[in-house]
Write a protein that binds this ligand. Sequence first.
Ligand code: HEC
Length: 172
Amino acid sequence: MKRLIAGITALAVTVAVTAFGLGYAAAQNAPKPPSNDWLLDAPDDTERFKLLQRYLRGFDQPMWEVGYRYEGIHDALKRSNFKLAAYHWDKIKTTIENGYLKRPARRANAEALLFASGVHAEVKTAFESGDSTKAWAAFAKARTTCMACHDAEKLPEMNGQAMFHDLAIPTR
Ligand code: HEC
C-alpha cells in the first residue's frame, strides 16, 4: 500500500512538472499581445527609421496636400481672400520641397518649372497685389505649371483630375 501511494505521488509530481514545463514553453512562444508602441517595440533604431520612412511615404502624400491647397486657393480667390490664397501658395512651396526631400529625383522638374523659373514668386506677388484680374491670371499660370510637371514626370493621368478641369477661372 505504501509503495502504491509513493508511486501515485511520484506520477502526480511528474505530470505536474511536465505540465508546468509545457505551459512555460507555450508562454515563451506565444505571440506578443497587440501593442500600440510600434516604434518603441522595434528591436533597434535602424528598424525604427525604416518604419518611419515607410510611414512617411513618398511624393504622393505631399501632392495630396498640394491638391487640397490648390483647391483652397481657388476657393479663396472666389471670395476675394487674397491673403489666404497667398498663404496656401506658400505652403504649397514648403510641401513640394518636403516632397523632394524624400524623393530627390522629383526635384529637377519642380525647380525648373516652378521655383528657379520664378513662377512661384510671380504668382505669389500677384496674389499679394489684391488685384482680382492679376490673381486669377496667376492661378491660371499655376495650373499650367502643375500640369507641365506632371507631363515632365511622365504622369499625364494626374492632369485628368477634376481640380484641373472643373474649377472655373474667370477670364475677365
Ligand atoms: C515634380 C513636379 C510636380 C509639380 C511641380 C507638381 N506635381 Fe503634382 N504630382 C507629381 C508627381 C510625381 C505625382 C505622383 C506622385 C507619386 O506617384 O508618388 C503627382 C501627383 C499629384 C496629385 C495626386 C496625389 C494623390 O496621390 O492623390 C495631385 C492632386 C497633384 N499632383 C496636384 C498638383 C498640383 C495642384 C500642383 C501645382 C500646384 C502640382 N501637383 C505640382 C509631380 C508634380
